[in-house]
Design a protein around this ligand. Structure first.
Ligand code: ADP
Ligand code: MG
Length: 772
């Protein structure tokens, strides 16, 4: 009897105290002051009486700890029922930047610190990892033998039982469900559980049902339910946690944060409705404590959108916003002339991308475009087109490549495309003689040459342009930001920028990783290219690969063998490559071989590559340094050892090195560790030749962290976003980010204030990549 009255009383006290908190502790909730009310009602709670002494005379700041303490006191007994969302359009009491420890009792501070939750905002954005549907937990009566079940039960008694055989220790707990049906919970050999369970406590237990004699549940997982209403009878959030930080604590804390901080101004403001997204406040509430699946889905969509929007805004802002560059003229006749001079018709993809580039170049805004395309998809032609347009405008262009061989290759191709059109291309390499270099530099400075192709030599002391209008950077990931900047600095007006990459990455990743670049994709191969025939071999059959290699060499073809990649240790990698090299020499004594590895100086590497290209030997054992797009026309076979250590996209790029000279190409992928999953993953390459499909599969199978180049580049940590699925959301967020910044380049308009605040608050969390 006493129990019920006390519970009722707690509820009656809690309500005004919660309201007082929300109102900012102004002591206006109760006529005559809160202290009076407490004195009247709280006689069974002497601590409360003491707490509230002199309450009316205190400042709101001084009142806060009183209220917090009172809440703890009252809640430790019976938790309050939570008011429904609609009841509370009141001004928030805590703001997002307030310290998170205001939400928890003193002993909870350490837990917050452990999870890195410093502010109320951090808590609001500590999103659940997953959810459990506990809207209708089954009763004991309906449990079936062998079934796995989750239920809510109250503990009646507990004991530790030692079985005679083998000294097994069982924790046995008698418990009953809400309908009074009883069961026994059993833990095997976890005696410590006994101390964690209190008689009378309510537990959420998950386990396997055994119906022998009475009903038993062999417990696999359990939670001590702190607050009934947060952990049962609803879809329950399961948070990322750490040892010693329980789910009940997190639920309580997040719930307090929602109570104390909501409603919040919507960072999207009026854009929200245009985007058809739910309100911020509603979404925050629903992401933690969803009413149903539909509400959760909408909340997720909304908060993902925010996440991507902030990411895109940050990328654009860090890149200097939407910079004004130069507006080139594009005449139809020039485009026609360029096409006529080519020895082949363009692919549809090339036409499309060239139109995109022409449009960018015409715009007064600086072009910042990423051109992605598989090896051999014809990027160089597209680059030549852009360079040609610049030249027709009386400006100059520069193409920077990561290695001398590549620069030379580009030089050859660009000359072939552009010379007939009257455009002079200049090569600039570190290895050229001083005299050659000076002559080339003079022609660039005077404007006699319109295009420069080179390595880092392009940005060395003494190089200058008359009027640099377009910068093309090949194999972008090889260059640091500084080098790219140095190239751009050589222009008076910000030049248009085209970045070329042969690493196919999924669009979603491209859009987030290169938030400030527009992305063009050459997703169509020129006709006549035969896909590289690919075979996955389990390790025990690996010698077959070298038997095949011997045959290819006999036909006068050349072979690449890629040694196992060993992360974090060039030394081990070199060792592995050397061992493989020695093994193959023994295996194929008649074959002329060379070894290429990451420890060699760049000059030496280029030398080996050049010798290989000229046919000085037949087989090249190499660590992954051969990724970059060197053409070896007679190379027909690529063998990759321990192929499972590579991403699919990377393997795809590797195999693109063979079969480039009209001869059929082959790739043999040796799976060092031949689990079914590994083999299945690698077999994607047997089946597909589409770099983007492969990259998507890679993303799905391994996650973004594994994609090449993303780990080092400060890949953004997404809380809700899932790059394998979110392409559309990202596109929407990106379009909005651009619209916003076009109107308000530094987010200074009042309607963007909330967005700016959010951005500022989250900036340190959002990793990003600087590109230009
Ligand atoms: P990428 O730089 O994307 O690897 P390239 O521009 O070097 O590709 O082109 C690969 C090869 O395909 C080159 O020999 C080029 O001449 C040829 N090529 C490019 N575009 C076409 C096309 N539309 N039709 C036929 N061949 C093409
Ligand atoms: Mg190329």
């Amino acid at each position: 009897m006493e129990g019920v009255r006390e519970k009722e009383l707690r509820e009656r006290l809690l309500r005004p105290i919660l309201r007082e908190l929300r109102d900012g502790a102004k002591d206006q909730v109760v006529v005559g002051g809160l202290e009076g009310l407490i004195q009247n009602l709280a006689r069974p709670f002497p601590e409360l009486l003491t707490l509230f002494q002199g309450y009316g005379a205190k400042t709101p700041e001084e009142r806060l700890p009183v209220l917090e303490a009172a809440l703890r006191l009252l809640e430790d007994g019976a938790p309050p029922r939570l008011p429904q969302a609609q009841e509370r359009p009141r001004p928030g009491k805590l703001s997002p930047q307030d310290p998170a420890h205001l939400l928890v009792p003193p002993q909870g501070r350490k837990k917050l610190a452990e999870l890195g939750l410093r502010t109320v905002r951090d808590v609001l954005h500590h999103y659940p990892r997953r959810y459990e549907d506990r809207r209708a937990l089954p009763g004991v009566r309906y449990l079936e033998e062998g079934q796995k079940a989750t239920l809510s039960v109250r503990v009646l008694s507990k004991e530790l039982v030692k079985t005679p055989k083998k000294g097994m220790q069982l924790v046995q707990v008698r418990a009953q469900d809400a309908w009074g049906w009883r069961l026994t919970l059993v833990w095997f050999n976890q005696p410590w559980v006994l101390a964690q369970i209190a008689e009378g406590a309510t537990l959420i237990v998950t386990g396997r049902v055994q119906r022998r004699g009475g009903v038993q549940l062999w417990v696999e997982h359990f939670e001590d339910e702190g607050t009934e209403s947060l952990s049962t009878g609803r879809i329950v959030p399961i948070y990322p946690a750490k040892e010693g930080v329980g789910q009940a604590f997190l639920r309580r804390t997040v719930h307090r944060a929602l109570e104390a901080a909501l409603p919040l101004p919507d960072p999207l403001g009026a854009y929200r409705e245009e985007e058809g997204l739910p309100e911020y406040t509603e979404a925050l509430r629903a992401i933690h404590f969803p009413e149903d699946e539909e509400a959760l889905k909408r909340a997720l969509l909304r908060l993902k959108f925010d996440e991507y929007l902030l990411l895109e805004l940050k990328a654009l802002l860090d890149a200097g916003g939407m910079v004004l560059g130069r507006a080139f003229r594009v005449e139809k006749a020039w485009v026609e002339a360029f096409k006529r001079a080519l020895p082949f018709p363009l692919t549809g993809a090339q036409e499309r991308v060239m139109a995109e580039i022409a449009k960018d170049m015409q715009s007064p805004r600086q072009m910042a475009r990423l051109l992605q395309g598989d090896v051999g998809s014809g990027k160089t032609v597209v680059a030549a087109f852009a360079l040609y347009l610049a030249a027709r405008n009386g400006a100059q262009g520069a193409l920077m490549a990561p290695t001398e061989i590549l620069a030379q290759q580009h030089y050859g191709n660009l000359t072939r495309y552009l010379f007939p059109l009257g455009v002079r291309v200049e090569l600039l390499l570190g290895s050229m003689s001083q005299r050659e270099k000076e002559a080339a530099m003079a022609r660039l400075l005077s404007g006699e040459a319109q295009v420069a192709v080179g390595t880092h030599a392009l940005i060395q002391e003494g190089v200058g342009f008359r009027d640099l209008g377009l910068a093309v950077v090949d194999e972008e990931h090889r260059f640091g930001v500084l080098q790219r900047r140095a190239l751009l600095k050589m222009a008076q007006v910000p030049p248009d920028v085209l970045v070329m990459s042969a690493t196919p990455i999924p669009r979603s990743l491209a859009l987030t990783l290169y938030g400030d670049l527009e992305v063009s994709v050459l997703d169509e191969m020129p006709p006549g290219r035969i896909p590289v025939k690919t075979k996955v071999l389990p390790h025990r059959l690996r010698l077959q690969a070298y038997a095949f290699a011997r045959e290819e060499v006999r036909k006068g073809h050349q072979v690449f063998v890629v040694a196992p990649a060993i992360e974090e240790s060039e030394e081990l990698e070199l060792k592995a490559a050397t061992a493989l090299y020695e093994e193959l020499k023994g295996l194929l004594p008649e074959v002329r071989m060379a070894l290429l590895h990451g420890r060699m100086p760049a000059r030496e590497k280029d030398g080996v590559m050049e010798a290989f290209r000229q046919g000085a030997f037949d087989l090249l054992v190499s660590t992954t340094v051969i990724e970059v797009g060197v053409d070896i026309p007679r190379a027909t076979l690529m063998v990759v050892e321990n192929a499972e250590r590579f991403g699919l996209a990377q393997l795809h790029q590797l195999r693109g090195r063979v079969g480039r000279g009209g001869l059929p190409g082959y790739a043999i992928l040796i799976a060092g560790e031949a689990g079914q999953k590994t083999l299945r993953r690698l077999r994607v390459l047997e089946e597909s030749a589409d770099g983007f499909y492969i990259a998507e599969m890679d993303l799905k199978l391994r996650g973004p962290g594994e994609l090449r180049g993303t780990r080092q580049s400060g890949y953004p940590e997404l809380r809700l976003g899932d790059l394998a699925e979110d392409t559309e959301v990202i596109e929407g967020a990106r379009a909005l980010a651009k619209r916003i910044l076009e109107m308000d380049p530094d987010l200074s308009l009042p309607q963007h204030q909330a967005l700016k605040d959010e951005l500022r608050a989250q900036a340190e969390r959002i990793g990003f990549r600087e590109v230009i």
